[in-house]
Write a protein that binds this ligand. Sequence first.
Ligand SMILES: C[S@@+](CC[C@H](N)C(=O)[O-])C[C@H]1O[C@@H](n2cnc3c(N)ncnc32)[C@H](O)[C@@H]1O
Length: 291
Amino acid sequence: MNHIPVLLDEVLKMLNPMDGDKIIDATFGYGGHTEAILKASKCFVTAIDRDPTVKSRANDLKRVYGERFSFVPGKFADIIATLNGQYDKVLFDFGVSSMQLDVAERGFSFSKDGTLDMRMSCEGISAYEVINTYSETDLAEIIYNYGNEVHSRKIAKAIIESRNNNKIETTLQLHEIITSVFGYSKKHRKHSDIDVATKTFQAIRIYVNDELREIDTALHNLTKILNGNAIIATITFHALEDRIVKYWASSNAHFKPIVDGVITASAEEIKRNPRSRSAKLRGFIFNNTKL
Ligand SMILES: C[S@@+](CC[C@H](N)C(=O)[O-])C[C@H]1O[C@@H](n2cnc3c(N)ncnc32)[C@H](O)[C@@H]1O
């Protein structure tokens, strides 16, 4: 399945691409936002993604848009720190893509059985190593801090007990261990339609990809690559991401919100693309005068 870009109309309205604009899409994914931006005006887009599997899609866009499109592989925090030039607009659409979730072997999802991996960059420490080698205390901390999971200690204990017998190899094995902690075999939390394993999987993924530090570092490095009145659009999918964006903006006098609070998906979009349910779009304008 291809990735359906979330809040696409709202992002276009916020960024308002103009001819000649230099725009960064820091989270290229399937390039849904990038392509719509390129179609909206004769602007230039520099797209970034750490996932090597998006390269062929980037090549397709390169063939169509030529010098107006360039793709830089790598982590957005590293790349933003080294970019030269002044940009007019930047988009961040944080988190995982549908393509990452859909490929079972990448291990992001418990809806399919796959090797525990979860690495967006396909390199570095994997979920398998975290789950099978970290101490009970470290696992509990990761699950609590990055998943807000109040049952983190029990889940960590169950992981250790299980791996004392056999290594935990797959997403479904991990899912079963987490489910066992809740004392009932149903997939769902009582009074909720969210799977009991969702928070733990989110936590391990955030840890493996160092996602929160990536966001914080990238946002703090923006000022040196922006033109005055540059617009920053951020789409977050959970409270930990959103908190970083809010804190960065509120503690940096150069950035002013351009919408009150957040923009969320319409009921119609959520029906068409359930992933948009938790999306929050924020927008900021950059004031480059000395304060
Ligand atoms: C939600 S998807 C973006 C989807 C895209 N907007 C579209 O319309 O197709 C997020 C993408 O950002 C990438 N990503 C996440 N964190 C990253 C980081 N720190 N550096 C570079 N890419 C990152 C992921 O690999 C994923 O492809």
